[in-house]
Design a protein around this ligand. Structure first.
Ligand code: CU
Length: 150
């Protein structure tokens, strides 16, 4: 019968273990909600789209180095009236000042930093996200992404 008699110390240990187990369960269940398709997520919070700045580099047959900076992904799709948050992380390139054609949105993406841009288009169309430093091939571009609103 000795085994069934629990000392105060043992009861304390068991209670402590239970508290930790329950805490882990509740914290875990509030953090991990499983995979949810983005289309089913809360309509009130903006849909987050992640972009990075990248770079293509090559050497031509005559030894000339050519390169192009890019937004990646280069095309994104949003709905008319949809609240979207672009999170653009600067990987390649020191700085990318940009604007979005047809809007007054502008900013700068810096290497190692994330730039957040809120979008909500009320008109359909294809809007270009243009880096003013690398706008065409003569300036190591074209660093243009296409935002398709429909
Ligand atoms: Cu750029």
């Amino acid at each position: 019968m000795d085994a069934l008699i629990l000392s105060a110390k043992k009861i304390g240990l068991i209670a402590g273990a239970l508290v930790i187990a329950f805490a882990a369960y509740f914290i875990g269940s509030s953090v991990w909600k499983g995979a949810v398709p983005t289309s089913l997520m809360d309509k009130k919070s903006p849909r987050v789209i992640n972009l990075v700045t990248g770079e293509f580099k090559a050497e031509t047959k005559d030894g000339k180095e050519i390169e192009a900076y890019r937004w990646d992904p280069g095309t994104i799709f949003v709905e008319k009236g949809e609240a979207v948050q672009l999170n653009i992380f600067g990987v390649n390139g020191h700085e990318h000042p940009f604007y979005i054609e047809g809007t007054d949105i502008k900013g700068t993406v810096k290497q190692g930093e994330e730039t957040v841009v809120d979008l909500n288009f009320d008109k359909e169309g294809i809007y270009r996200l243009i880096c003013t430093t690398h706008a065409d091939t003569s300036t190591n571009g074209p660093m243009i992404a296409y935002i398709v609103v429909d």
